[in-house]
Each structure stands twice: as structure tokens, then as C-alpha cells.
Design a protein. Structure first.
Length: 413
């Protein structure tokens, strides 16, 4: 999918994901880990006032340790809020602060600030518990895809968006199609003709609404879903009412009973299988191209070191990284060159012997995805995160170490 306006980059999305994974591991004794979600329209001064009030009320906590930890967390949050003017950044801020258990009765104060999450924060939330509240952020990070929604019968229609997991109703229309019972004085033939004309006019109106909404976004659109009772949705689709570029994006037609705004939500539920397939289909296409090049061509690279070398040369068109990759890169100075270790993130930094026998000096240790993405960005290489929810995606992780690429030209590396 192309980058949509206001949508975070893959790098930012990954950085958020990494922070969330760390936060999920943390535990506090009692309810002393504070999470605060601040929407973009909430004045910072109001938030500071709320934090001040919570700080005051925390003095009633019986346990001295919990009381101290909660008040320290609130003070830390207040200190961070000083860096902002009247309002938060465009999509709001999430702040996590608290004393986390580090074992042996010891604690460590942690404060993390995440600006501009993938979607605007909808409401102010203050949460104090033994774990940080990460679920709302996780839902946002799972949000991928932009789909057009159309629900209609012969009485009414609604069109809108599915943005990630959020349904956004946008436009609606009511029809002037007469019921099936004709009024007195009209011949059955004339009544039938007028009714067909009214249906045709209504379908044209619905198509115009949909085209106005979807055509400007057609290059970002991942698909269109159409819902309603039979035969209405079939008549609408078969009648060629939609703009041809939108018609080509239709993923399927689905039977639903309601065509008001609630029908848009019913449509998304009915189309869940098609949406899951559409999400993973792009990953499948990338991996099919990779395997084709691997077996029949010479534009595939895989494994950390060959892919890194091809990246540095600027030869990689698309960098393929498994969504499950959790490894670090350790860079060693070996005198006249650098050498690398590609290791599990949870393991200690290993000793390294340089190829020439000289002593290795460790220069840096960095998250592997961030390391590779930095080189990719410098060379104009696109990064694709590949799901492990299908066989070839699993193979990328298990057989190729989670790192591969499709080359611009053959390098022999």
C-alpha cells in the first residue's frame, strides 16, 4: 500500500512496535504503572491540572512504597509535558511512567513518551495498574489498509471507509423508488418502466457518491467491498455504474440485511475473510517474486550478510524483512574493515575473531531491522515487512533468517 497522508513510516511503526513489546514485559508491584493517552484537542494545561490532582490524591495510598512510586511517575509525566505548547502534536501523545520490578525487590523508574501514534487518539485516558495499558496502541499498529465500503438496497445507500480497523461512514442517500404496489390509474407496464428508471437513477446517484469519494484515493485504495440484499448489490455491480478503476478494485459482494450506517459495520464483519486474504496477498506476491528469482533468475538475495552487502552497493530494489525478526547486529572493527555478527536480541554480545586473526573491537550493537532500514533509506530501497501467516512468509523467517531482498540488477553476491 502506498503511504497515506499522515500515516507513520514503516520505521516509525516499527519503533512504536518495539517500544510496546518492551512495555508489555514490564510489571509493577501494585497499581503503580501510569499510562496516559492525550488526544490532539486536549489542552496540555488541562492535562497538567489532572496530573496535579492525581498527585494530590495519591498521598492517600496506604503503602508508602506504592505512594512514592506513583507520585514519582506523575512528577516524571509532568516534567515531560513541559516540552509541549498549548496542544499535543497532530495525533496526540501517549506517556508511560512507573517503577518496574527488576528482581530481588529492586525497581527501576521508566518513562516513555510516544508522539503521533498511527491514528489520532480519540479520548483522554488516565490508567494506573500493575501493567502499562498498551492495547489501544497495539490496535492502531495493527491498522493497515484503506478500503471503500458501499451498502445499498433500493431504499437507501451508505458509503464510507474502512481505515485499518476503523469504519468511517461518509455519505448516505435515500431513493425515490416506488414500492412494488402501483397506485391506481397507472398501467402495469408504465408503472414497471417508471420503477426501473427510478432504480437506475438511484444506482447512478450511489455510484456518483462512491466515485467522488474513492476515485481521488484510487492509488491508495486496497479494495472496495459491496454489501446489501440480493439482487440489489448484483444489479448494481453488473450494471457497470462504478468508475472502471473503482470497479476493478471490488474484492467481493456480501449479503447483509441493513443498509443504514450500521450496515457498513455488518459489511466489514461479513467480509473478514476477504480482508484477511487481501492483507496477506501483497506479502504473498512479494515472496512469490522472490522465490521465482531464487529458482529461475538471479535477482534474489537472502541472509543477513549477502543482503547487507547488496544493500550497501545500492543493488536492492525491495528489502524483505520478516515481521517476526527480533535480532541485533553487532559491528566489530577489524583494523582495515568491519565485520558483523547477527545475533538473537536476548543474547549477550559474543566474542568475535577477525578473519585475518587480528583482535576485534566492538563498535556498536543495534537492532537489526533499524540497522538495515537505515541503509535501505540511504539507497532509495523500499522496505517490506512480511507476515508469517502463510507458508512462504514462514520460510522467510525460518529458512532465510528473516532477511532477503529482490535486486535491481545481478551482483553475484
Amino acid at each position: 500500500m502506498s503511504q497515506q497522508e499522515g500515516e507513520p513510516s514503516d520505521r516509525k511503526r516499527y519503533e512504536f512496535q518495539k517500544v510496546i513489546e518492551d512495555l508489555r514485559e514490564y510489571e509493577g508491584s501494585g497499581t503503580q504503572l501510569v499510562t496516559i493517552y492525550i488526544p490532539p484537542d486536549k489542552q496540555i494545561s488541562d492535562v497538567v491540572a489532572h496530573i496535579t490532582q492525581e498527585h494530590s490524591e495519591a498521598s492517600n495510598i496506604k503503602s508508602k512504597q506504592t505512594r512514592t512510586n506513583v507520585q514519582d511517575a506523575l512528577t516524571s509525566i509532568k516534567d515531560r509535558l513541559r516540552y509541549y505548547d498549548t496542544f499535543p502534536p497532530d495525533n496526540g501523545i501517549v506517556i508511560f511512567s512507573g517503577a518496574i520490578d527488576t528482581g530481588g525487590g529492586q525497581t527501576d523508574m521508566v518513562t516513555k513518551v510516544l508522539e503521533n501514534p498511527p491514528e489520532p487518539i480519540q479520548s483522554f485516558r488516565y490508567h494506573c495498574d500493575s501493567a502499562f495499558l498498551t492495547e489501544p496502541l497495539e490496535e492502531m499498529l495493527g491498522d493497515k489498509g484503506l478500503y471503500g465500503l458501499i451498502v445499498l438496497d433500493r431504499r437507501e445507500a451508505n458509503v464510507g471507509w474502512l481505515k485499518g480497523k476503523r469504519v468511517e461512514p461518509v455519505k448516505s442517500a435515500s431513493s425515490l423508488v416506488p414500492g412494488k404496489q402501483r397506485k391506481g390509474g397507472q398501467s402495469a407496464q408504465r408503472f414497471h418502466r417508471l420503477r426501473l428508471e427510478a432504480i437506475d437513477n438511484f444506482y447512478q446517484e450511489v455510484a456518483e457518491m462512491a466515485d467522488d469519494l474513492f476515485v481521488p484515493k484510487r492509488h491508495e485504495l486496497d479494495g472496495v467491498l459491496i454489501g446489501g440484499p440480493s439482487p440489489t448489490k448484483d444489479e448494481f455491480m453488473d450494471g457497470g455504474y462504478l468508475h472502471h478503476e473503482i470497479d476493478d478494485k471490488v474484492l467481493g459482494k456480501f449479503d447483509i440485511a441493513y443498509t443504514d450506517e450500521s450496515g457498513l459495520y455488518d459489511l466489514v464483519d461479513a467480509a473478514s475473510d476477504a480482508l484477511a486474504d487481501a492483507e496477506v496477498i501483497k506479502d504473498k506476491q512479494e515472496m512469490e517474486e522472490f522465490f521465482r528469482e531464487l529458482h529461475e533468475g538471479d535477482l534474489a538475495t537472502y541472509g543477513f550478510e549477502p543482503t547487507r552487502r547488496n544493500l550497501v552497493m545500492g543493488a536492492v530494489d525491495r528489502l524483505l524483512l520478516s515481521e517476526d525478526l527480533r535480532r541485533d547486529v553487532v559491528v566489530y572493527d577489524c583494523g582495515d574493515k568491519e565485520e558483523y555478527e547477527f545475533i538473537d536480541r536476548r543474547k549477550n554480545t559474543p566474542e568475535h575473531s577477525c578473519e585475518g586473526g587480528s583482535e576485534a573491537e566492538m563498535k556498536e550493537r543495534e537492532d537489526a531491522i533499524e540497522y538495515l532500514m537505515t541503509i535501505a533509506e540511504q539507497r532509495g530501497t523500499e522496505t517490506k515487512f512480511i507476515s508469517t501467516d502463510f507458508e512462504k512468509g514462514e520460510q522467510l523467517m525460518n529458512a532465510f533468517g528473516g532477511v532477503a531482498g529482490i535486486l535491481r540488477y545481478s551482483t553475484g553476491v
